[in-house]
Design a protein around this ligand. Structure first.
Ligand SMILES: [Fe+2]
Length: 308
């Protein structure tokens, strides 16, 4: 019902290599401008990320965090279409009953087709402007991009140390607002490129680095879920981060034995719970509000910590 022409070949590739397939999310009518404006009006503002882009040399781009201010849903959609902002409606697919039915539907069907049981899937909605790009990064959980509207260009990279260094991955885990990996233009030599248009989904192996260029106004759903594999790795990497940061050691994920991983996973779970590395969190500062009357929809403000 939600997946189009899914075959055994798709099942074999799922979670093992890059996989594209078609779906039918646009047929729900939940992703039109009008439906999204209505959704923005009822979505909790605390679960809404609004950003505009500021250039950065080493990390591919850094975002400025904004606030919706008094803008209603229709204004926010207009601002995104103009190229001023992009938005992430965090957990929108979980928080709203009409969207949750779709999340349950796609994961139920994926689970039936692949035999994979998705643990606690979470889903957000990305509304991106033509100028926005999602910089080079990796996700610490199993992630699927369900592209719905517009044209996105998706670049996928190998999981070798050059592209996915342990230290970079550890930082993603222990820094709340450090989601990106260092990027170098030579990475393009081994990149795979996928053009996504309406109702295309793409999935990839756990942690494979990627980046996205929006070639037009785009609407996509991103879903993520944890598996035994991702949970174990993240606990081990947390321990490795502590060893590296606090004790000056040089742990290595790829060469570690299973007994070593088992011990580190247990320690990592405990240390993460007690926030051993919490002092490394940075405060996320809001630097603008969206305003219909401001030039380019951006009203700069004196920076203040993001609420919540
Ligand atoms: Fe991602």
């Amino acid at each position: 019902m939600w997946l189009k022409d899914w075959t055994d070949e798709h099942t074999q590739k799922f979670r093992n290599e890059a996989l594209t397939a078609q779906h039918k999310l646009s047929e729900t009518g939940l992703f039109t401008d009008e439906a999204l404006a209505d959704l923005l009006d009822r979505h909790p503002r605390s679960e809404l990320d609004i950003c505009t882009i500021a250039d950065h040399d080493v990390y591919q781009a850094k975002f400025r965090t904004g606030d919706a201010g008094d803008a209603d849903g229709a204004t926010l959609i207009e601002a995104a279409k103009s190229g001023a902002i992009w938005m992430n409606l965090r957990r929108a697919m979980n928080l709203h009953e009409d969207y949750k039915k779709v999340l349950d539907g796609i994961y139920g069907e994926l689970s039936d087709s692949t035999g994979n049981r998705a643990l606690n899937p979470r889903g957000g909605i990305l509304i991106t402007c033509p100028t926005a790009q999602t910089p080079y990064h990796c996700d610490p959980t199993e992630t699927i991009l369900w592209h719905v509207r517009g044209h996105k260009r998706f670049y996928l990279y190998p999981r070798k140390p050059k592209y996915l260094p342990d230290e970079g991955y550890e930082r993603v885990l222990y820094c709340d607002n450090e989601d990106y990996l260092p990027y170098d233009e030579t990475f393009e030599d081994e990149a795979r490129c996928f053009d996504l248009t309406g109702d295309d989904m793409i999935s990839w192996p756990l942690n494979a680095p990627h980046r996205v260029e929006n070639k037009s106004f785009c609407v996509s759903v991103t879903t993520e879920y944890s598996t035994m594999e991702s949970t174990l790795k993240n606990a081990v990497m947390y321990t490795n981060a502590v060893l590296r940061q606090k004790f000056g050691m040089s742990p290595d994920w790829r060469s570690a034995s299973w007994p070593e991983k088992a011990v580190k996973a247990g320690a990592g779970r405990v240390m993460r719970k007690f926030g051993v590395l919490s002092s490394m969190k940075q405060t996320d500062m809001v630097t603008f509000k969206v305003s219909r009357t401001a030039p380019g929809y951006i009203h700069d403000t004196t920076p203040y910590p993001r609420p919540g």
